[in-house]
Write a protein that binds this ligand. Structure first.
Ligand code: GLN
Length: 278
């Protein structure tokens, strides 16, 4: 027996709501659309069975993006897997800040910890003359990033390398983007199960105070930035001042701190310190 789209949404919403899912109707709609894969308004038996399985996964708090396999960021579609952080709207703050920077024509962009490739792809999509290098320690994330850059028609302007932060990296860049892992150990119990149980720990865990990765990255930024280049670092809530202090101690000037849509200082912008008189 076929089920109408509306009934399928109502039933899925009910199951998700009972499991305590925050936006049950929205998630139900996405799952029903995913199962239908087209314009139909009826679910056949096999599709109903498929939907039941997906609703079960969502009830177990698996993120919607893992179930559907994609997430939108900067109005672009990104494939995501369990090996990449799911792109978050907060990170669009970095994209906006980088696009507002007076970078030279043909700018070289470095994305440290590129994950799904969402930051790199977003800036390359807006600046057809920019070139990008994405670096990640997880080869399976690099595969996802490569897929995304190619699917968006940006592959010819991007290279991806496997690396442990800046350890084997040389070169000079006009724009450095970085959304490092920044969740502090004591914050783990507060994370949603969607994050703690399903997203890659290596992309989230920032050590005892959340700042371990900044301590690895910041000392090399001066070498990696061109004169006039800038770094755009994402930070967690309450971390901006500490990261700004770290940058200043490593001969970088903090030129701006941008807030996300919720008003949380989210992106620290830094450039190489200019000596007096220049
Ligand atoms: N924004 C993520 C979270 O707290 C953390 C992302 C990160 O560590 N870079 O869920």
């Amino acid at each position: 027996m076929n089920t109408s789209l509306d009934n399928a949404v109502i039933e899925a919403t009910h199951h998700l709501a009972r499991a305590g899912i925050a936006q049950p109707r929205l998630d139900a709609r996405v799952l029903v659309e995913h199962v239908l894969e087209g314009g139909e308004r009826q679910l056949e038996n096999g599709q109903c069975e498929h939907l039941r399985r997906l609703v079960g996964r969502r009830r177990a708090r698996e993120p919607l993006a893992h179930i559907t396999g994609h997430r939108e960021f900067w109005s672009l579609a990104f494939a995501v897997t369990r090996h990449t952080l799911i792109p978050r709207p907060d990170s669009e703050t970095l994209v906006e800040a980088a696009l507002a920077w007076p970078a030279p024509e043909g700018a070289n962009v470095l994305d440290l910890g590129s994950g799904s490739g969402c930051l790199l792809a977003a800036v390359l999509s807006e600046r057809p003359d920019w070139w990008g290098l994405g670096l990640d320690i997880e080869s399976r994330a690099l595969c996802v990033a490569g897929h995304n850059l190619n699917a968006l028609g940006l592959g010819a302007r991007a290279r991806l390398v496997l690396g442990d932060w800046t350890d084997c990296l040389a070169g000079s860049f006009d724009v450095v983007l970085c959304n490092p892992p920044y969740v502090a150990d004591p914050e783990w119990p507060d994370l949603e199960p969607e994050v703690a149980d399903f997203e890659p720990r290596i992309a989230l865990a920032g050590g005892a105070d959340g700042l371990a990765c900044y301590r690895r990255i910041v000392p090399r930024l001066g070498d990696l930035l061109n004169r006039g280049g800038a770094a755009f670092l994402e930070v967690g809530a309450g971390q901006a001042a500490a990261v700004a202090g770290l940058l200043r101690r490593h001969a970088l000037d903090v030129v701006d701190i941008k807030e996300d849509l919720a008003g949380i200082p989210r992106c620290v912008v830094a450039r190489r310190r200019m000596s007096r008189g220049k």
